[in-house]
Design a protein around this ligand. Structure first.
Ligand code: ZN
Ligand code: ZN
Length: 351
């Protein structure tokens, strides 16, 4: 059992381990998030203070994974049968959002359907039969989705850029990705892809899509750390505004800047899980209290907590993120309905 846990954990270890080796691709231009040696950096993180490989190995050896038996999942992660009639017949004047699981949402806005960080695979892993396994199946199977006009990718970690899902959606959807991810998708046959730097913009139909900053890192092997950029996304229609945070740690600059430029948002999708142990995760994953800070900084009117209840990646109990989110919303004296978790499969309408 311990041996199996070690092997499974090692998959995650190679993804989130410290800077080991960098193989370069040329990064054009000049900006505060461009480091030396063709890698990207976080402007508000002292990368020298990050835990090293041996410390992370020690965590993996000593960690006690949260309880993921079926009864625990059933009481902590609520699920509903999706209303596919609603999903296939959205009211174009309303914003409509359905949580499929993890950071995957189907967002329907101004007659356009898009997915955020879609993962429909059984595991978040480079290997099919090993690695973090889903606790909950996708609320809508990939072959039951309405047409997906475009996909937003926040970064290239396995739980956000899932190759079987990439191939299933293929070139029928337009892919918007942060700098450096396009070459990877092209190597997989995806040519309907556009990559953006922080603060750059594209237009699709009546929507303006802005690549916005966040605080995270990238890598799919021990050898490509931070070669690709990570990002959040703002999607602006003539009537409504959506922001997708991706994975992020907290700082008191970037989200205020996003809120100042593009807020207030009618909907923000903000991570609330993968924060424990704090000494490893704090720079790259917000806890629910910090997530409320992000919600406030970007000037969100309504936020949904994501990145929990689907894969067990870190040590916090499965049901803790939504519980702490309620505490954090109360502590910040916010309206309890302004930042919530929702059942997987439920479609929320936002006027
Ligand atoms: Zn990540
Ligand atoms: Zn993640």
């Amino acid at each position: 059992m311990r041996y199996n846990a070690m092997i499974i954990s090692f998959i995650f270890l190679i993804i989130c381990s410290g800077p080991l080796m960098v193989m370069g691709q040329t990064i054009p231009g000049d900006s505060s998030h461009y480091g030396s040696g063709d890698i990207f950096i976080n402007p508000y993180v002292d990368e020298g203070n990050e835990p090293g490989f041996l410390q992370i190995l020690k965590w993996f050896w000593e960690r006690k994974s949260p309880d993921t038996d079926d009864s625990t999942i059933a009481v902590t992660v609520s699920r509903e049968t999706p209303n596919l009639t609603q999903v296939f017949n959205p009211n174009d004047s309303l914003l409509q959002v359905t949580w499929i699981g993890h950071s995957t949402f189907l967002v329907q806005l101004d007659g356009v359907n898009f997915l955020t960080d879609p993962i429909f695979s059984e595991r978040s892993s480079p290997i099919k039969w090993i690695g973090p396994k889903r606790m909950t199946p996708p609320a809508i199977p990939i072959d039951a989705l309405p047409p997906v006009d475009f996909v937003l990718i926040s970064h290239n970690h396995y739980d956000h850029l899932d190759l079987p899902t990439v191939h299933a959606l293929g070139n029928n959807s337009k892919w918007f990705v942060p700098l450096g991810v396009k070459i990877f998708l092209e190597s997989e046959g995806i040519t309907n892809v556009e990559e953006l730097d922080w603060w750059s913009q594209v237009t699709i139909g009546r929507l303006k899509i802005f690549c916005t900053p966040n605080q995270h890192f990238s890598g799919r092997t021990p050898f490509d750390r931070n070669e690709c950029l990570w990002a959040s996304w703002a999607i602006i229609s003539p009537n409504q505004r959506v922001w997708f945070a991706g994975d992020t740690g907290y700082n008191s600059f970037q989200f205020k800047e996003i809120g100042g430029k593009f807020g207030p948002f009618d909907l923000a999708l903000i991570p609330i899980g993968a924060y424990d142990p704090e000494w490893i995760m704090r720079d790259h994953h917000v806890n629910p209290f910090e997530a409320v800070g992000v919600h406030t900084d970007v000037r969100s009117k309504f936020s949904i907590g994501m990145h929990w209840g689907t894969f067990t990646l870190t040590d916090e109990p499965i049901g803790e993120p939504p519980r702490l989110l309620k505490e954090a919303v109360r502590a910040a004296a916010l309206d309890s309905a302004s930042f919530v978790t929702v059942p997987q499969g439920r479609t929320i309408l936002i006027r």
